[in-house]
Ligand binder design. Structure first.
Ligand SMILES: *[C@@H]1O[C@H](CO)[C@@H](O)[C@H](O)[C@H]1NC(C)=O
Ligand SMILES: *[C@@H]1O[C@H](CO)[C@@H](O)[C@H](O)[C@H]1NC(C)=O
Ligand SMILES: *[C@@H]1O[C@H](CO)[C@@H](O)[C@H](O)[C@H]1NC(C)=O
Ligand SMILES: *[C@@H]1O[C@H](CO)[C@@H](O)[C@H](O)[C@H]1NC(C)=O
Length: 341
């Protein structure tokens, strides 16, 4: 029973949150709007009842939750971006959760805010920015992720953010740079694509996903009422035909890609084996070169030293012969001995 209540407490802690706000108007750096109506968070607490009724703080006159444009929270150790925040403040354009021990962000955090233009998640513990996190936030102008632990980023995560003109990525593991205008942002995105590629990123899987989503788009299009009209029918028919040919193309490309990949692997294996053979061969030929080197000394002996010795001997014999005839016996014997020695 005690254990159950602890579990229940944990579940409620994880799923509901009371936000105690101080509501005020502010000017935010990088947001030109100086009438930003914000909730400055005093406390995030974890009650067991619905936080919606429990959101505290007093609005200025004529203001309501619906008019809150920004949430600002620093060092409350919240640990995550509360998904349910959207029910309390449905019209946020800016989220600032600074130094909050947040380790993951996902599409569900931001999906409900199509008008979001500003995200500040500096000094948190985010490690990965996955595919489509900002898919529904195409109006984003400012993203601050400085001082996290980001080591992997999906290469296309910023691609559809055409308004993005301020991107802070300083002090992360794979990137250490800020971009302060649109041109710099585009450069930084290229740097990120090179340095922060997701470990499991696969172009082929991306394409497969694209095909899948295209398929479901066409299917949902066919479900709509409008397809009963003749011209719409034609368009859908055309789309379907295009899709089928594209699908065929893509499938063929996959197959040929996989075929090529397999071939490459087989060839590389062959090459490695050949290299192994060459290496052992070279080692043994090195040995041969060494033995050859020893043998090469011999011709010098045979063709230079030996002939020289022979020549000397012949000279000796000739001299002895001459001495024998011309010198006195004593002299000649002495002399020949001297030469031979
Ligand atoms: C931050 O969050 C992690 C879990 O993600 C937790 O283990 C850690 O204790 C938190 N840090 C602080 C200071 O509460
Ligand atoms: C890639 O890794 C991320 C993070 O670990 C994960 O969320 C995602 O589902 C993975 N994708 C694939 C295709 O495995
Ligand atoms: C192995 O040696 C042969 C003959 O010397 C050469 O043609 C071939 O390229 C070498 N293979 C590798 C993998 O180096
Ligand atoms: C062995 O000697 C031959 C020429 O005699 C040379 O071409 C070859 O590179 C040498 N091999 C090695 C491994 O030094």
């Amino acid at each position: 029973m005690r254990r159950l209540s602890i579990i229940l407490l944990l579940i409620s802690v994880a799923s509901t949150i009371v936000i105690d706000c101080k509501f005020e108007n502010e000017c935010w750096y990088r947001l030109v709007n100086c009438n930003l109506y914000i909730c400055r968070v005093n406390t995030f607490t974890n009650p067991t009842i619905n936080y919606l009724e429990k959101t505290t703080g007093i609005h200025s006159s004529s203001m309501t939750h619906n008019k809150v444009q920004a949430i600002y929270s620093v060092s409350k150790n919240v640990g995550f971006i509360p998904h349910e925040m959207t029910k309390v403040f449905p019209n946020l354009v800016a989220i600032s959760m600074y130094n909050e021990n947040i380790s993951t962000i996902s599409q569900t955090n931001f999906k409900q805010y199509p008008n979001l233009i500003y995200i500040n998640l500096k000094n948190n513990k985010i490690t990965i920015i996955n595919k489509d996190v900002f898919k529904f936030n195409t109006k984003l102008q400012v993203i601050m992720l400085e001082g996290n632990k980001i080591s992997q980023i999906h290469p296309k995560v910023f691609d559809d953010l055409n308004q993005l003109k301020y991107l802070e990525m300083n002090g992360n593991e794979c990137v250490n740079k800020d971009a302060k205008d649109r041109a710099e942002v585009l450069n930084l995105i290229e740097v990120i694509k090179q340095q922060c590629l997701l470990n499991n990123y696969s172009e082929v899987n991306e394409l497969k996903d694209d095909v899948k989503s295209l398929n479901s788009m066409i299917n949902s299009l066919m479900m709509t009422q409008n397809t009963h009209e003749e011209n719409h029918k034609n368009i859908v028919h055309e789309l379907m035909t295009n899709f089928e040919t594209n699908k065929k193309d893509v499938n063929q490309k996959f197959e040929s890609n996989i075929f090529n990949l397999k071939n490459e692997i087989v060839n590389n294996k062959k090459l490695i084996n050949e290299l192994k053979v060459n290496i052992t061969h070279e080692e043994s030929s090195n040995y041969q070169n060494f033995t050859k080197f020893v043998i090469q000394q011999e011709p010098i002996f045979f063709f230079v030293a030996l002939p020289s010795l022979c020549l000397l001997s012949i000279l000796n014999i000739v001299m002895i012969y001459f001495c024998y005839h011309n010198c006195s016996r004593n002299n000649s014997q002495k002399r020949s001995k001297a030469i031979i020695v």
